[in-house]
Design a protein around this ligand. Structure first.
Ligand SMILES: *Cc1c(COP(=O)(O)O)cnc(C)c1O
Length: 421
């Protein structure tokens, strides 16, 4: 089957298109961009405008009373995304809440789930963990009076491409079992695009009697997740990448329901307090909601959440299976085209070849001139995103990218690398 036939077949297999529901950023000469960096900032759903307008109208018509008046009263605004978010991360509605931003939520979770003792205080993370996660962890460790160098154990990559084998993570967990307090992993690594076997790492972690936390920044909306069934203890994520909720979009948090009654230490604020008595200003004793909502601090960011609701309405329309199945087909096509032998002198793919170990993102490591390639792609209206010094990431997003755009990337790389002017 030639490439053209293959694309025809894929379009046949995935006939629904939601591209028209989004604004695709304009490139040069008024042509629309081949936007392959939805892993960094998802594009704007067209319906965001009306979702925001609804809240502005409520504000103008009801003022403070919009907390209890109109459709979707603000008092309960953080409830309205629970069904869809629960489906995206594989959790019950009372296990997920959208609040704050990712790093803030990570701190809130570490307050509850990193409870070091003299004997058990070690933390395992990826050596290539995202900077913010690492900074957050180190600061928390120091605030416990411990030295990060003695406590934080980084799993080094198994391969020179930066991929960590499942067995290496498990071995490290087993070796440190007596002293291990926590394992924190990115669900999908932001750099290599590696999707970890969260289920089985969680099992190993629990055998070591440690807590399992995941940062889903690059996983939510990208790969199917089953946090509850996998018994992950906690998770955090942001909504401006694959969830298209816009810059600075609201973060998310998940806590497994088995922890709801265990009275874990928490940072407290009025929005975590029992809903029935939240507005009784003479309440002097913090009475946390017995769900993940008990971790909330402040009242919900309404406009921010309205943007998320807009995007989730498109996920809901498309169907979650469609998103994940088309995503797999897109990453397979990208992987197979870019692993063409003719490119091997110029770059290698560092994302795992095995489909179950990756999501949509394919990361290319360039042996040289990655800046120049990036610029030349940009000239051709193709936008990936650059992770200096030499990796360019491309993420075809099933809701708004097309199979044709992947072919366009392939042709552009061919022109830039193999037929330089
Ligand atoms: C994008 C990303 C973040 C961003 O953190 P914010 O607190 O939302 O700014 C954190 N961790 C990872 C792994 C990310 O990819």
């Amino acid at each position: 089957m030639n490439l053209q036939e293959k694309i025809t077949q894929l379009n046949h297999q995935f006939p629904k298109s939601f591209r028209d529901e989004f604004y695709i950023p304009k490139g040069k000469n008024g042509n629309s961009m081949t936007y392959l960096c939805g892993n960094s900032l998802g594009v704007q759903p067209k319906c965001v405008n009306s979702f925001i307008q609804n809240e502005l109208i409520k504000w103008s018509e009801f003022g403070v009373e919009a907390h209890f008046e109109g459709t979707q009263p603000w008092m309960y605004f953080h409830h309205y995304s629970k069904t869809q978010i629960g489906k995206l991360v594989g959790a019950f509605e009372n296990e997920v809440v959208m609040m704050n931003t990712l790093t803030v939520n990570l701190h809130l979770m570490l307050t509850s789930f990193y409870l070091p003792t003299e004997k058990k205080n070690k933390i395992i993370i990826e050596s290539s963990a995202f900077s913010s996660d690492r900074f957050a962890l180190e600061s928390v460790v120091r605030n416990h009076g411990l030295n990060p160098d003695n406590v934080i154990i980084a799993v080094n990559p198994t391969t020179e491409n930066g991929i960590i084998n499942f067995q290496d993570i498990c071995n490290l967990i087993n070796e440190n079992a007596d002293e291990l307090a926590l394992v924190l992993l990115g669900g999908v690594n932001y750099y290599t695009g590696q999707y970890f076997d969260i289920e089985n790492i969680t099992k190993a972690c629990h055998i070591a009697n440690a807590k399992m936390g995941v940062d889903l920044a690059h996983a939510v909306g990208n790969v199917p997740l089953k946090l509850h069934d996998w018994e992950v203890d906690f998770a955090v994520w942001c909504s401006y990448k694959y969830l298209n909720a816009g810059p600075g979009g609201v973060g998310g948090a998940y806590v497994h329901e088995k922890h709801f009654k265990s009275n874990l230490p928490k940072l407290a604020g009025w929005w975590g307090h029992n809903e029935a008595t939240r507005f009784l200003m003479n309440a002097t004793k913090f009475d946390p909601t017995e769900t993940v909502d008990g971790w909330q601090l402040s009242n919900a960011p309404i406009i921010n959440l309205a943007c998320l609701h807009a995007s989730l309405s498109i996920f809901e329309k498309a169907g979650y299976d469609f998103v994940f199945e088309k995503g797999k087909a897109m990453s397979d096509l990208t992987y197979s085209l870019l692993s063409d032998k003719k490119f091997e002198k110029y770059f290698k793919i560092i994302t795992p070849a095995n489909q179950s170990e990756r999501g949509n993102q394919i990361s290319l490591f360039f042996y040289n001139n990655s800046d120049e390639v990036f610029q030349q792609l940009r000239e051709k209206n193709i936008l990936g995103d650059m992770r200096k010094p030499n990796v360019i990431r491309f993420a075809p997003v099933p809701l708004y990218n097309t199979f044709e755009e992947i072919v366009k990337l392939y042709n552009a790389l061919e022109e830039i690398l193999l037929m330089p002017a």
